[in-house]
Design a protein around this ligand. Structure first.
Ligand code: DAH
Length: 329
């Protein structure tokens, strides 16, 4: 028995150092098993107690159980300190430097056509105009007939117009909204209508799809002077206080008199849009009495306005979606 107790002392002394120095949870578990596992040295000692006298056995049993408890305590302590070490190491390795500059995702912006369109609409809504919408697939009546286009007008020709099944067309201008918004409504009213239009046309300044904005103002005494004043204010809002416009007599079936509007831009006159006093027959077509009411209308290209504003040489640049181009606006 004396030998057993001495063994126990030796085992304990060795265990304490070994446990304190063990470097990983895995090694710690193995170490614990080497003492307390079924074949562990303490367990083996405990099994040897059978050969001792009852008195010796009680004493040795107590000492062995005590030894087990101490080993368990060291193991638990080491386990906790290993966990702390692991956490400290993990924190040190995955240190988060909150002072590093952040990653800024690239930020987009509105398409130049959209920018100008919004500016245009804001100008008019601030003057009390409403905004009207219309479809891009339109009836022949709303796009042509109601606007006083004769049956044989060349604009109905395949050259200019995309025809859709069912007698419809892709609207060739936003003037279709005149018919839609005026029919069933009595003046006074004023509204603008921006949107996409389509024509069978393609070169540097024409594209099969482009954008127009239409403006309409009808009351009992709305005159060409109101039209002129509105267009001057509009041009100056878009192009600055120095902006100049001029009117050139022209023909549109839906206005009388009619004019084309040129805008003075960097020493040149550029064609900007069309305008006129709404033709009495168009008012009649919409159920409005032309003896009592009169009004003006005008329409211009939105993309064209963007091209003038930013000196964009080719309309295609606006639509081919090249980010390097768009970044410049
Ligand atoms: N609809 C014409 C076009 O597409 C533009 C236009 C001219 C609109 C005169 C109008 C207007 O409202 O009065 O070229």
């Amino acid at each position: 028995m004396a030998a057993s107790v001495a063994d126990l002392e030796r085992i304990l002394a060795e265990a304490e150092t070994a446990i304190r120095e063990v470097g990983s949870a895995q090694a710690l578990a193995e170490l614990r098993a080497s003492y307390l596992g079924k074949k562990g040295s303490v367990s083996t000692l405990l099994r040897g107690l059978g050969q001792l006298s009852a008195e010796e056995r009680a004493e040795a049993g107590k000492a062995t159980n005590e030894a087990k408890k101490r080993i368990e305590a060291w193991v638990a302590e080491r386990k906790a300190s290993l966990a702390l070490d692991a956490r400290a190491k993990d924190l040190a390795e995955h240190r988060l430097d909150v002072t590093l500059p952040g990653f800024a995702p690239p930020r987009g912006h509105l398409h130049p056509t959209t920018q100008i369109e919004r500016e245009m609409c804001t100008f008019f809504t601030e003057m009390g105009y409403g905004i009207e919408d219309g479809p891009e697939v339109e009836s022949d009546w709303n796009n042509f007939g109601g606007l006083n286009f004769p049956e044989d007008h060349p604009a109905r020709d395949l050259q200019d117009t995309f025809f859709v099944t069912g007698g419809n067309v892709l609207r060739t201008h936003t003037s279709n909204v005149q018919i839609r918004a005026m029919t069933g409504r009595q003046p006074p009213f004023r509204f603008v209508s921006p949107g996409r239009v389509y024509r069978n046309d393609l070169d540097g300044t024409h594209y099969p799809m482009f954008h127009q904005i239409e403006a309409v103002c009808v009351d009992e005494r709305t005159t060409f002077a109101d039209l002129k004043g509105t267009l001057f204010a509009f041009a100056r809002h878009l192009f600055g206080a120095e902006a100049e416009i001029r009117f050139r007599a022209h023909f549109f079936p839906f206005t009388e008199p009619s004019a084309e509007i040129d805008i003075g831009w960097e020493g040149r006159w550029l064609e900007w849009g069309g305008c006129g006093m709404i033709h009495p027959r168009v008012l009649l077509n919409c159920g409005i009495d032309p003896e009592r009411y009169q009004g003006f209308a005008f329409g211009m290209g939105i993309d064209r306005t963007a091209m003038i504003r930013w000196d964009i040489p080719n309309i295609q640049l606006l639509f081919d979606g090249d980010v390097r181009t768009m970044e410049q606006f």
